[in-house]
Design a protein around this ligand. Structure first.
Ligand code: ADP
Ligand code: TRP
Length: 334
């Protein structure tokens, strides 16, 4: 079993990223008892698909590294690095360009969403983004890729690339990976709209809980979260049609290590006036220690850089055999 995942170092982490992705990374890391390594990286090469100044990008990489460590990624046990420090990612991406099909990329919903109406004006990097993602995964022979629901399509493309490359060149070079999606937390929704996912690109900061929000901000956002006047039902099934209520119950259950049914049973008959403070306290309990650690780590840029550099060296060594195999399979000199 080899676990690998990445996240773009853009903006701050929010509760959706934490519950949908990072917390699962930490759990998988902590479950590795046989000495096998997990690989977690900051997808800074992916981030060039959107324009940003150099200083900002450098800062974002350090912020995200600090956030991951604060959330529980241990750079001694897991390999933590940023893509750009490991040239094998860019190299394998190019080698896979001959295998990935334009028709496959044209179906990617993330490109359609992010490019919006101005598709002609989108960068080539935004379009080819899933090929780099395939390289990220295939370089390390990853078997399990923990991601949120929105990355499922990219993982399917990664599988298609692996299968086609192996077949076209008659090799068994790439391991075909499986996405690992924790159903309960795969889609944490906006606090303002139960039909939109919580996202850093939502213009309203009240729609999300950021990992850097202080206790008061967390409590205020929960109190102002959109809900309905009805009390909580006895069973989670009766939350149907109440998207905002179901989202808050789901978040409570995820944080308490419980189930939506158990949460409903506990609060049955009570309104959100009672439920929201309990949820706010639970959020603060979970996030405050992460925030405190993050604020300490972010003060020491050289230490963060050293962690990423050491991780990159381990990653580069792990990637080398597969990269070489790809050059050889293609009949390219190396
Ligand atoms: P955003 O949508 O805020 O831009 P990203 O696309 O950078 O977030 O996602 C980073 C990781 O967090 C991915 O694995 C993604 O699946 C997960 N993720 C993002 N938003 C959510 C959410 N609302 N619920 C669950 N997981 C999420
Ligand atoms: N595209 C992913 C996202 O937006 C980040 C990512 C890049 C990734 N490379 C990856 C995730 C490889 C898993 C595996 O969240």
């Amino acid at each position: 079993m080899r676990v690998l995942s990445g996240i773009q170092p853009t903006g701050n982490l929010h509760l959706g990223n934490y519950l949908g992705a990072i917390r699962n990374w930490v759990r998988m890391q902590d479950a590795m008892t046989d000495g096998s390594e997990c690989f977690f990286f900051l997808a800074d090469l992916h981030s060039i698909s959107v324009h940003e100044g150099a200083e900002q990008r450098r800062a974002n990489v350090r912020h995200m590294a600090a956030a991951l460590i604060a959330a529980g990624i241990d750079p001694d046990r897991s390999v933590l690095f940023n893509q750009a420090r490991v040239p094998a990612h860019a190299e394998l991406c190019w080698l896979l360009m001959g295998t990935a099909r334009i028709g496959w990329l044209n179906r990617m919903t993330q490109f359609k969403d992010k490019a919006g109406k101005n598709r002609e004006g989108a960068s080539v990097a935004l379009y080819a983004y899933p090929v780099l993602q395939a390289a990220d995964v295939l370089l390390y022979q990853a078997t399990h890729v923990p991601v949120g629901e929105d990355q499922k399509q990219h993982l399917e493309l990664t599988r298609d690339v692996a299968i086609k490359f192996n077949a076209d060149f008659g090799v068994e070079l790439f391991t075909v990976p499986d996405p690992y999606i924790q159903k309960e937390t795969a889609r944490i929704m906006s606090l303002r709209d139960g039909t939109a996912k919580m996202s850093k690109s939502d213009p309203s900061d009240m729609s999300r809980i950021n990992l850097t929000d202080d206790d008061d901000a967390i409590m205020q956002k929960v109190r102002k979260a959109k809900t309905d006047p009805a009390p909580l039902p006895e069973r989670a099934a009766d939350l149907e049609g109440r998207a905002e209520a179901a989202n808050l119950v789901g978040i409570y259950a995820a944080l308490a290590g419980s189930t939506p049914d158990a949460v409903c049973a506990q609060f049955a008959g009570q309104g959100f006036g009672a439920f929201k403070p309990a949820l706010g306290s639970l959020l603060i309990e979970t996030l405050a220690p992460i925030r405190t650690r993050y604020l300490e780590l972010i003060e020491d840029a050289p230490a963060l850089d050293a962690i990423l550099e050491a991780g990159a060296q381990r990653a580069a060594a792990a990637a080398q055999p597969t990269l070489r195999g790809a050059y050889e399979a293609l009949g390219l000199f190396r």
